[in-house]
Write a protein that binds this ligand. Structure first.
Ligand code: TYD
Length: 329
């Protein structure tokens, strides 16, 4: 059962592959609605809650931080508090088996210099954006519910996800679509900010692994072992788009790259040390960045209807708001 408010980045059609088998249910609703959450827990009797719900786009958290506090902080509080009440009424065996898995981000750890060692689970929290601060806050709540109430929680902190179905406000899908359409490719600052890229299916496999075998109360960092500077990522996208859509008069696409005004407080580098989940739970990423990126470009080329359906008026307003006033560098 998915509980999803289906706000701008949500899309019921993303679930069409699992529709119709009678084993999945989508409920449209808000994790901040305590009565709804309580009644769903009471009537569906889940064995686990996997908490993916979040506002996650840093640029939006700079423009409207309040929504991040509401969904990420208040929403996590309501979900975990209602879960605690439900869990405390279960029988001993069910209570012991129950899990609350909280999906979080590497951004809670702040930023790294070029020579710093990668983030590990004991790195001190130092969030730099309203988004990162809201996720750090939710991580602390989850930790506290374990220590205070004994709720069997697990937390995962992942690096930047990419792959099919990603809303085209994030770097990779935005650049793929702009490159396909011959539009400018807005790279913030000098393009040397580094992210670690995790293919979405590797992330899903890691979450499943932690849910099945993770030690209660522990946190696990999940990374793709693929650190790349933004300019490298955008150039690789240009080359792949040139390959799949040659001869349309705009190639080479890398000529579309424009360096634009930086994001305020832009973290320089994220890197994940995923050795704990590898060692303890025997998970590792299966996808190489180059092959994952190729699959992702292919997916956006092949799914024009999906792309058109998510690029609503509200999406176009966001693109204007975020990019129109960014001066070229
Ligand atoms: P993003 O996908 O927003 O993820 P995050 O900020 O959580 O890492 O951005 C990834 C990187 O790409 C980040 O360093 C900001 C940069 N970026 C651009 O240079 N241009 C863009 O238009 C966007 C959306 C991001």
């Amino acid at each position: 059962m998915n509980l999803d408010l289906l706000t701008y980045a949500g899309n019921a059609a993303n679930l069409s592959a699992i529709e119709g088998g009678g084993r999945h249910e989508l409920v449209r609703g808000d994790i901040c609605d305590a009565e709804l959450v309580a009644s769903l827990l009471r009537t569906r009797q889940p064995r686990a809650v996997v908490h993916f719900a979040a506002e996650s786009h840093v640029d939006r958290s700079i423009v409207s931080p309040g929504e991040f506090i509401r969904t990420n902080v208040q929403g996590t509080f309501v979900l975990i508090e209602e879960t605690r009440k439900y869990w405390s009424g279960l029988g001993d065996a069910e209570r012991a088996r129950f899990r609350f898995l909280h999906v979080s981000t590497d951004e809670v750890y702040g930023t790294l210099g070029p020579e710093d060692t990668a983030f590990c689970e004991t790195t001190a929290y130092a969030p730099n954006s309203p988004y990162a601060a809201s996720k750090a806050s939710s991580d602390h709540l989850v930790r506290a519910y374990h220590h205070t109430f004994g709720l069997p929680v697990l937390t995962t902190n992942c690096s930047n996800n990419y792959g099919p179905f990603q809303f085209p406000e994030k770097l990779i899908p935005l650049m793929i679509l702009n490159a396909l359409e011959g539009k400018p490719l807005p790279v913030y600052g000098d393009g040397k900010n580094v992210r670690d890229w995790l293919f979405v299916e590797d992330h899903c496999a890691a979450i499943r692994t932690v849910l099945e075998r993770g030690r209660v109360g522990e946190t696990y960092n999940i990374g793709g072992n693929s650190e790349r500077a933004n300019l490298e990522v955008v150039t690789a996208i240009c080359n792949l788009v040139d390959e799949v859509r040659p001869g349309t008069g705009v190639a080479p696409r890398r000529e579309l790259i424009r360096f634009v005004e930086d994001r305020p407080g832009h973290d320089r580098r994220y890197a994940i040390d995923a050795s704990k989940i590898m060692r303890e739970l025997d998970w590792r990423p299966a996808e190489q960045f180059e092959s994952g990126l190729r699959k992702t470009v292919r997916w956006y080329v092949d799914n024009v209807d999906w792309v058109n359906s998510v690029r609503t008026g509200a999406y176009r307003d966001w693109i204007t708001r975020n990019y129109a006033e960014r001066t070229a560098l």
